[in-house]
Ligand binder design. Structure first.
Ligand code: NCD
Ligand code: ZN
Length: 348
C-alpha cells in the first residue's frame, strides 16, 4: 500500500511546555493531531482544574488560523492533591485525567507522589468517578537499575494498586518492555497503554553504540531489541488496549548536548510519519488507523474524529534542527534521516 487515508489521529501524551516553547510545539502537534493530552509537568506543575484551564488558554493562543486543535488537559498528582479535585475533573469539559509521576522519576517530577499508598484516598475517588489515572511507571529507588525500573513498578506498585482498585481506569504511559505489554494484556479493558515512536523504532543500541546519542535519551530509557520487537507486535496487533502517545518532550539543544543531558525526544514535527514507518516495517500499515485514531478516543470515552489525513509513501528528510528558543534550537527525533512516509492532505 502506497497511500493510506485515516481518521485524523490524536496524541494521548505530549509535553507542550509553556511560554516561548508553545510557538514551536503547538503548530507542530496541530499539523497532524486533533486532540492532544497536554502533560502537566510545568514548573510549577498544573495541579488544579482552574490552573489547567488557564494553561489551555495559553496553548490555544498559538493555534494557527483555521486549524482545529483541541488540547485535553491533565492534572499533576501530588502528595497534597485533595479528593474533591476528582469530582471537579469529572465535571470539567477540558480536563480528562490526572498524571502520577513517582517523585524524582523524570523531568520536572520533584513534586510527584512520594509513596502511592499515601494517595489511595484520592485514587478511590478516581475509581469511583471513572477518571483515568495516567502513570509514569518506574520506581525511583537509587539502588534499582535504570533498565529494571519499569518491571519493578509493575511488580511492586501496579499489582497491589489494581488488587486494591480493580476497576480503576488507568493508562500505563510510554511502555518500554515486554513485561509491561504483557501486564497490560493480562488486565481488563480498564487498563491501557500508550507507546511512543522512539520505543517502536529504536532500542538501546541506537542510544549507546558508537558514542552516546543524547537525542535518543528519554525516560523510560530505550530497552534491548527484544522489548522493541514485543512493542511493535502489540502496537500493530489491532488490540485496542494500545494506542498512540508520542511523549514528545522538547528540550533545547544545549540542554540535550550537555554533561547532564535532559531526558526527552522531540518527535512532534514528524510523529505520524514515524509511526507509519514503524507500522509499515511490520507490514501492518493497515493497523495504523486503529492505534492512532480510534482506540485512544474510545478509551477516554470521547467521540472519534471526523476529518481525515492522507499519508503517502514519499520519502522526506527530517530537519537537522528547528527554531525553538531565541538562542537555542531544537533537534527533532531522527534528525537528518530520511523516512518513507509523508502527510499529503488533511492535517494542516
Ligand atoms: C519528559 C519531559 O521531558 O517532560 N521526558 C521524557 O524523557 N519522557 C517527562 C516524561 O514523560 O517522563
Ligand atoms: Zn511524558
Amino acid at each position: 500500500m502506497d497511500s493510506i487515508t485515516i481518521l485524523q489521529p490524536d496524541d494521548w501524551h505530549a509535553h507542550l511546555r509553556d511560554g516561548e516553547s508553545l510557538k514551536r510545539t503547538v503548530p507542530d502537534l496541530a499539523r497532524q493531531f486533533n486532540r492532544v493530552i497536554c502533560m502537566p509537568n510545568l514548573v510549577p506543575p498544573v495541579k488544579t482544574v482552574s490552573e489547567a484551564q488557564a494553561y489551555r488558554e495559553r496553548i490555544m493562543a498559538h493555534v494557527p488560523e483555521g486549524v482545529n486543535f483541541d488540547p485535553r488537559m491533565v492534572l499533576y498528582f501530588t502528595d497534597h492533591t485533595v479528593p474533591d479535585e476528582v469530582a471537579k475533573i469529572k465535571a470539567s469539559n477540558e480536563v480528562n485525567a490526572i498524571k502520577l509521576y513517582p517523585a524524582g522519576a523524570t523531568t520536572n517530577s520533584d513534586s510527584g507522589v512520594s509513596d502511592i499508598r499515601k494517595v489511595y484516598h484520592v485514587i478511590e475517588q478516581l475509581e469511583e468517578h471513572q477518571v483515568p489515572l495516567l502513570l509514569h511507571g518506574e520506581v525511583t529507588h537509587n539502588h534499582v537499575d535504570i533498565f529494571d525500573r519499569e518491571k519493578r513498578f509493575l511488580d511492586e506498585v501496579l499489582t497491589p494498586l489494581l488488587r486494591q482498585f480493580p476497576n480503576l481506569k488507568m493508562v500505563l504511559e510510554h511502555i518500554t518492555t515486554a513485561d509491561a505489554a504483557n501486564f497490560v494484556l493480562e488486565q481488563g479493558r480498564n487498563v491501557a497503554a500508550t507507546i511512543t515512536p522512539q520505543h517502536l523504532l529504536f532500542n538501546r543500541n541506537d542510544l549507546l553504540v558508537g558514542g552516546v546519542k543524547p537525542h535518543f535519551y528519554c525516560l523510560p530509557i530505550l530497552k534491548r531489541q527484544s522489548h522493541q520487537t514485543t512493542l511493535l507486535e502489540v502496537a500493530t496487533s489491532g488490540n485496542p488496549k494500545f494506542f498512540l502517545g508520542t511523549d514528545s518532550a522538547p528540550h533545547a539543544q544545549s540542554k540535550k548536548e550537555n554533561a547532564c543531558g535532559c531526558a526527552g525526544c522531540y518527535s512532534a514535527p514528524y510523529a505520524i510519519e514515524l509511526y507509519a514507518q514503524a507500522f509499515d516495517q511490520m507490514g501492518k500499515i493497515e493497523k495504523l488507523e486503529g492505534f492512532a485514531s480510534h482506540f485512544g478516543a474510545d478509551f477516554y470515552g470521547l467521540a472519534r474524529n471526523t476529518d481525515t489525513i492522507t499519508l503517502v509513501r514519499k520519502p522526506q528528510t527530517i530537519a537537522e534542527r528547528m527554531d525553538y528558543l531565541p538562542n537555542d534550537d531544537i533537534i527533532p527525533l531522527h534528525a537528518g534521516q530520511t523516512i518513507d512516509w509523508s502527510v499529503v492532505s488533511g492535517g494542516s
